[in-house]
Ligand binder design. Structure first.
Ligand code: ADP
Ligand code: ADP
Ligand code: SF4
Length: 610
């Protein structure tokens, strides 16, 4: 019979020397004399590895009453326990479980030669675990961690499917795998040398020159890896992975820190390799416009982060993304989100009653390196979220620094009475400080009910409050950085790429938090981002940058969304249509009928207003 619920004990949190085993003392089965929650003692797992300390706890899933009880979760002072009811619709057996009371994975993506397969789902749901199984670094134990795992049993479990064939090849060693990790920011810590050194080390296919050309890496070849920006590191990491001679490529996010043109260039390179060389590529991606463009088909992963993850059967990219946005997976009969994420095919109306916060005249400046920036005069309104778009290296951050008073201009010094809170692209946090202490130092309303419900809740901070900043993952750091920016007392809030490393759910929650914050406090928020879906859901006006990266940039006057999107996308030569069912924006194929028509009519994004 399929398991009804699972118990997950986070051994990093379980601290029996600092509690009185409240979990076990209050557990109803324990109180009737059963051994539901017990100390681990000298418990060993199948690999003879000692798991946890003897005095830490283990929970019997056979005896546990499940989520409806959940007493131990509330009693544990350190948030070490999760009891999760598995969906009744889930009738398959697990593919892998790391050990007793740990994360459990159901299902696997099915790699396919000559195809790009997408994997869409939240963080912490088993995407990397799936990769480890598919690359052979984990032998799947089918959830039975009490005896050593074998490939034979996994192969027979997948008999008659394409995975059987794949796992057989994996077993006989005839498959090579290349992997691009999610956090490119850590590459400089692991590698010393120039871009050229790094790429030449992995040039196994003799295709390096093409990759360098298509990902515009030539100007970076002699640069030390340590000096590269996030967007540069991302492109180098993609090139380094694709330069390898592998049968199966796994790319864990390709878009963070890339501008839209670079995202599309990366998507094209990846598709070309899959199709022209019959390679098999699996891409995890949270930018849905790019996932839509790159993937032939997708799997969706759902579950509870850190508890269990289910990889669904393959779906067509269009209907998979639509289902995911709707929050309900049809074939699985599974609700993955209480509400749907919806888009509007018409540009948002501007609230004409908003008061200006800040008006700035023509701004001009030039760096010693030669880069020059011209910003046309404009107004930033109260209560608004203003989107900032344009290529990388065009002066967006420089403009933010001018507004923040950290960069002088040739022509003008801004009114210092406008205070600014700024979230940079990365939160550099080598300082060992707990998240709650860090945020309490910044937020005057830290812990108030407004702060708890409007900032901490949507940004899912509760589980990471007691962790140290340097120990956080990229997505966790991002959420803390957004909270920190919105928690400071200021008139204008500048958020530089808040979408980076957030999954779709987190993007949608962060969007909601930022919008409600602007509406509630009357603050002005400027968001620099490259995720079209996030911009579409978040902003009401646009500030468009154009020019030649690293040479000169021009910022236009902030405009309504329709005017702004038309200006921005015409600079790029990209048009979007709307999905008939969900109204979500989809990139048109260049040269297609729709693309030509829209370019002709000058409507790159929205339907004309009625
Ligand atoms: P994703 O790639 O979707 O973010 P992962 O596959 O990395 O998710 O992890 C899924 C869950 O498995 C996480 O909660 C993680 O803590 C847990 N996990 C990963 N590796 C191990 C391990 N070696 N032992 C126990 N749990 C693990
Ligand atoms: P964006 O935010 O659009 O990516 P930036 O404002 O960061 O662009 O940078 C624009 C250009 O100015 C880039 O070529 C960058 O290398 C250069 N630049 C940025 N900051 C400085 C600085 N402090 N000194 C000299 N050049 C800089
Ligand atoms: Fe015991 Fe399970 Fe209830 Fe926790 S949820 S107290 S383990 S019965």
């Amino acid at each position: 019979m399929a398991k009804k619920s699972i118990a997950v004990v986070n051994l990093d949190h379980c601290q029996p020397d600092r509690c009185n085993y409240e979990c076990a003392n209050y557990c109803p089965p324990n109180r009737t004399g059963k051994d539901c929650i017990v100390t681990r003692g000298d418990f060993y797992d199948s690999d003879d590895l000692f798991v946890g300390r003897p005095e830490q706890i283990r929970i019997s899933e056979e005896i546990c009453l499940g989520e409806t009880c959940g007493i131990c979760i509330k009693r544990c002072p350190f948030d070490a326990i999760e009891i999760i009811n598995l969906p009744s619709e889930l009738d398959e057996s697990p593919i892998h479980r790391y050990g007793e009371n740990t994360f459990v994975l159901y299902g696997l993506p099915a790699p396919k030669s000559g195809s790009v397969i997408g994997l869409l789902g939240p963080n912490g749901i088993g995407k990397t675990t799936s990769l480890k199984v598919l690359s052979g670094s984990i032998v799947p134990n089918l959830g039975d961690h009490s005896s050593p795992a074998t490939f034979e049993s996994a192969i027979s479990n997948y008999k008659g499917t394409s995975l059987q064939n794949y796992l057989e090849k994996l077993q006989d060693g005839s498959i090579n795998v290349a992997h691009k990790p999610q956090y490119v920011e850590s590459i400089p810590h692991a590698f010393e040398g120039t871009t050229r050194n790094l790429l030449e080390n992995v040039d196994e296919r003799g295709e390096l020159d093409n990759l360098i050309e298509e990902l515009s890496l030539k100007p970076l070849l002699e640069n030390d890896i340590k000096t590269l920006s996030g967007g540069e590191l991302q492109r180098v990491a993609i090139a380094a992975t694709l330069a390898r001679d592998a049968d199966f490529y796994f790319l864990d996010e390709i878009t963070p820190y890339l501008d839209i043109k670079q995202r599309i260039a990366a998507a094209n390179v990846i598709r070309n390799i899959a199709i022209s060389e019959n390679r098999s590529i699996l891409v995890v991606e949270h930018d849905l416009a790019i996932l839509d463009l790159i993937a032939d088909s997708i799997h969706i992963a759902y579950g509870t982060a850190g508890g269990f993850g289910v990889v669904t059967d393959i779906k067509s990219t269009r209907s998979g993304i639509n289902e995911y946005l709707s929050g309900f997976l049809k074939n699985e009969n599974m609700r993955v989100r209480p509400q749907s994420i919806t888009f509007d095919q018409r540009a948002p109306k501007i609230n004409i009653e908003t008061e200006p916060l800040l008006s700035y005249p023509l701004l001009e400046m030039t760096y010693e390196t030669g880069f020059s920036l011209t910003v046309k005069p404009g107004i930033i309104n109260q209560h608004e979220v203003l989107g900032v778009v344009g290529p990388n290296g065009i002066g967006k951050s420089t403009f933010a620094n001018i507004l923040a008073g950290e960069q002088n201009t040739d022509s003008f010094s801004l009114d210092s009475s406008v205070s600014i809170s700024y979230k940079p692209q990365y939160l550099d946090s080598e300082e060992s400080i707990r998240v709650d202490t860090y945020l309490a130092n910044i937020a005057s309303d830290f812990g108030t009910s407004y702060w708890n419900t409007e900032i901490a809740l949507p940004l899912q901070l509760d589980k990471i409050m007691s962790q140290n900043l340097p120990d956080l993952s990229g997505g966790e750091r991002q959420r803390v950085a957004i909270a920190a920016c919105l928690s400071a007392s200021a008139d204008l809030y500048l958020l530089d790429e808040p979408s980076a490393h957030l999954d779709v759910e987190q993007r949608s929650q962060a969007t909601r938090a930022i919008r409600r914050f602007a509406e509630h406090t009357g603050a002005s928020v400027m968001v620099i981002d490259h995720d079209i879906y996030m911009l579409d859901l978040l902003v009401s006006r646009l500030l468009v940058f154009s020019g030649t990266p690293s040479e000169f940039g021009t910022a236009s006057t902030p405009a309504d969304m329709r005017t702004g999107m038309n200006e921005f996308l015409s600079n790029l030569g990209i048009t979007f249509r709307r999905d008939e069912r969900t109204q979500r924006p989809r990139v048109n194929k260049p040269g297609s009928q729709k693309d030509k028509e829209q370019i002709k009519s000058g409507e790159y994004y929205y339907l004309p207003a009625e």
